[in-house]
Design a protein around this ligand. Sequence first.
Ligand code: NCD
Length: 319
Amino acid sequence: MTDMPRYPHRHLLGIQGLHPPEINALLDLSERYAEQNQGADKKDSTLRGRTVINLFFENSTRTRTSFELAGKRLGADVINMQVATSSVAKGETLIDTAMTLNAMHVDVLAVRHPDSGAVQLLSEKTNCAVINGGDGRHEHPTQALLDALTIRRRKGRLEGLTVAICGDVLHSRVARSNIHLLNTMGARVRVVAPRTLLPSGVETLGVDVYHDITEGVRGCDIIMMLRLQQERMQGSYVPSVREFFRFFGLDYAKLANAAPDALIMHPGPMNRGVEIDSDLADDFERSVIREQVEMGVAVRMACLEALAANAESSAGGAA
Ligand code: NCD
């Protein structure tokens, strides 16, 4: 049993740098929780006595609720700290926040922050295990894991699949984490976007770049649509949302070029009629968007369990 692959790190700050067995360990554990979550009794006591804090410096419904549910289903005490009501609004620095959390003996912290790197800084200043719930444009590891779990359950594998990530790649931490995960697990990744919505040097991440969605999705097994993140745009990146939908939005006509059994994904929240046709988003033959949300809870349960177990073994002096 001891040589069963496991997630060996103290924190989960990003997917970059993780190895396939570490990713598989989290996905296999998530699979167990996906089963548990479909039963009548969804709760166990894996994290009884532990304290989990959701520290969200950015608005979020889906991710925060998902972490909250995950912690509660594992029997932990879960507290949500909202920025607007916390002393952050009064100018408290990240370091002071960390000191406060240390004094409260928090076990796991799930953090979302608008600045890339802020979550790593917190992880260096707190005594607890830290999960990155999305930092700026940098990483959103639990999203990539839940996407991978959704794909693996539907397609039976990740290796060898062709995945198109389409839309606002420039502002997307979801895209970055997915690119790292999918490449690490042996999928082929394409990004499909206008030049203005791609980070410079995106090819160096190991992706094929397309500026035409019809070509970009041709033969693909998975199409991941991204939200046009207008709150992160200063100035104009697209002529108009109508124009964006015409050229880069996914509809049935463009989908016809993908593999006949291609699946459509979106991390939410969706802009219907901007990056994805509304009927297509609701088409359960093709769209796995609802399943992504479902797998999100299972993945966050697995991450909480893995990090809490590692904290315990390091406290006990074990390797
Ligand atoms: C994503 C995020 O916040 O990065 N959403 C999410 O976690 N469900 C994507 C987005 O906001 O577009």
